[in-house]
Each structure stands twice: as C-alpha cells, then as structure tokens.
Design a protein around this ligand. Structure first.
Ligand SMILES: NC(=O)c1ccc[n+]([C@@H]2O[C@H](COP(=O)([O-])OP(=O)(O)OC[C@H]3O[C@@H](n4cnc5c(N)ncnc54)[C@H](O)[C@@H]3O)[C@@H](O)[C@H]2O)c1
Length: 257
C-alpha cells in the first residue's frame, strides 16, 4: 500500500450511518485516522464500536454540524489527537420534503443551517487549519442531483445543494494558491437506511426504473468517488462536482418516454 495515507487524518460530519459512515470505513481500512461527527449519540456509539478493529484510529464527537462551536471542536480535537488534519468531508445534510407554496420557515431554516452554514464554516475552519499546517489539504462537499435538476417537494433542499456546487467552484479558485483542493459530489438516489424507508419502502425499485443504468447509487460508490478526490491522482482537480447518478440528471423528459 502507498504511504500516501499513512498518518493522515480525516474529519467527516454526519458519519454514523449512510454515505458518511461508508466514507469513514473506506478511509479507516486504508489506515487513515478518522474523526466521526454525528448528531445522534446512539448511532455514533454504534458506528465507533463497529470500526474498532480497523487499520486507522477512530474517535467521535457528537453534536450539530451547523453549530460553529462544534465545528471548531471537530478540527481542534482532530489536530490535538492526531497531530494534523488532511481531509475534511462536509457530508452532513438534511432533507425536508414539502410543497413550495406551503413550505414551513422552520424547515427552511433547518436546511439552510445544516446544509449551507455548517458546510461553509466547516470548509472555512478546515482551510485555516490547512494553511496553518502548510499542507495541501483536501475538502469534499456533499451536494445532490437535486442541486442540478428539478425534484418535486425539494425546492429548499435542492437550492441548498445547488449552492454547494457553487461553493466548491468558488473555494476551488480561492484556495488554489494554498494547494488546497475543494470538490463536491452529487449523489443520485442512494440506498441508505433513510432512503430505503421512502416511497413506501419501494425506493430501490422505483429508482431503478427511473435511472438509465437501471441501478440506484450505493454509499460504497459515493465513498469510492470521495476517496478518488482525496487521492494523489486527484491533486490537480479542484472546483468540480462529480455526479454519481447512473445517468439520471442527463435525462430530459420526452413525450412517450
Ligand atoms: N441518500 C441519498 O439518496 C442522497 C442523495 C443525494 C445527496 N445526499 C447527501 O449526502 C449526504 C449524506 O446523506 P445520507 O443519506 O447518507 O444521510 P442520512 O440522512 O442517512 O444521515 C447520515 C447521518 O447524518 C446525521 N446528521 C443529520 N443531521 C446532522 C447534523 N446537523 N449534524 C451532525 N450529524 C447529522 C444523522 O444523524 C445520520 O447519522 C447528505 O448531505 C445528503 O444530503 C444523499
């Protein structure tokens, strides 16, 4: 195995289950030390227990990834415990469904706080730390196909995810002089504990029929894409968003299709 991952540290938000957890698992298997954050203490404890025997060391911090004090604590604790940070994955995001005409302000605030404010300030704190350490850090943001195309009842969520595509672009340029790369990933319909419950439990079947490849995306595929963006091979890729959706966002509705 290459020495590239040796003594490297990653911070991942919303990492107890789903996509964030799978990213943590793949990094830990490579020997990367990981700080997992999640708002759900029980889920975080379970996740930490499940990775005890992995190559890399893993610690957890419970809390809301939209909270600025928590964001400071994530980066500072990772540095204290592991000596430096190299990878930051702003994965945490919440989805609140609702018709635009009746969309509640509380839901709007939640979406904007977690998906935008949390992501923005985690990237800011991470970038400051990378600059201080004088290392070419990597930041991966989690967008969504709903940031590219229409999806019913997800206007506020889609708007927040479109902003993340913009954030990756902007930071890619702004932080290039420090050798920091910032990219985003837009997962398509991805099979996680949460989404399996959607569409009356028919989530996989419905999305397989709707996706050109005939397959839903898996957390493993999103984790592989994340690892590519963190790898040596991606050192000159920045400001980009990679869509992992089996071709779904390339479709245009055509009569009779
Ligand atoms: N699953 C999909 O189909 C899909 C598709 C497109 C984009 N995404 C995006 O990918 C990311 C991960 O999605 P997922 O489906 O794996 O997530 P999820 O909804 O399964 O949640 C993963 C974890 O995040 C935690 N979490 C939620 N809010 C948090 C907060 N404020 N602070 C800290 N932790 C918090 C939850 O407790 C949970 O353990 C999100 O940003 C999501 O918007 C997911």
């Amino acid at each position: 195995m290459s020495d590239y991952y040796k003594n490297k540290t990653a911070v991942i938000t919303g990492a107890a289950i789903g996509i964030g957890y799978e990213i943590a698992v793949q990094l830990l298997q490579l020997g990367v030390n990981v700080l997992m954050n999640d708002i759900d203490q029980e889920a975080l404890d379970k996740a930490l227990k499940s990775v005890e025997n992995f190559e890399g060391d893993c610690i957890g911090i419970v809390g809301d990834s939209a909270n600025l004090t928590l964001i400071d604590a994530l980066i500072e604790t990772a540095v204290e415990k592991f000596g430096a940070i190299h990878f930051v994955i702003a994965n945490s995001g919440i989805t609140t469904f609702g018709d635009f005409l009746n969309y509640a302000p509380e839901n709007f605030e939640k979406v904007v706080n977690v998906n935008l404010k949390g992501t923005f300030y985690l990237a800011q704190k991470a970038a400051k730390q990378f600059i201080k350490q004088k290392i070419p850090g990597r930041i991966v943001l989690m967008s969504s196909v709903t940031g590219h195309t229409f999806h019913p009842d997800l206007t506020a969520y889609g708007m927040s995810k479109a902003a993340i595509i913009y954030l990756a672009k902007n930071l890619g340029v702004e932080l290039a002089k420090y050798n920091i790369t910032v990219n985003a990933i837009s997962p398509g319909a991805t099979l996680t504990d949460r989404t399996i419950e959607l569409e009356n439990g028919d989530y996989q079947k419905i999305w397989e029929q709707t996706t050109p490849s005939g397959k839903v995306t898996t957390p493993k595929e999103i984790a592989h894409t994340t690892l590519f963006l963190l790898s040596e091979n991606a050192s000159n890729i920045t400001g980009q968003t990679i869509v992992v959706d089996g071709g779904w966002t390339s479709l245009s509705p055509k009569p009779g299709m």
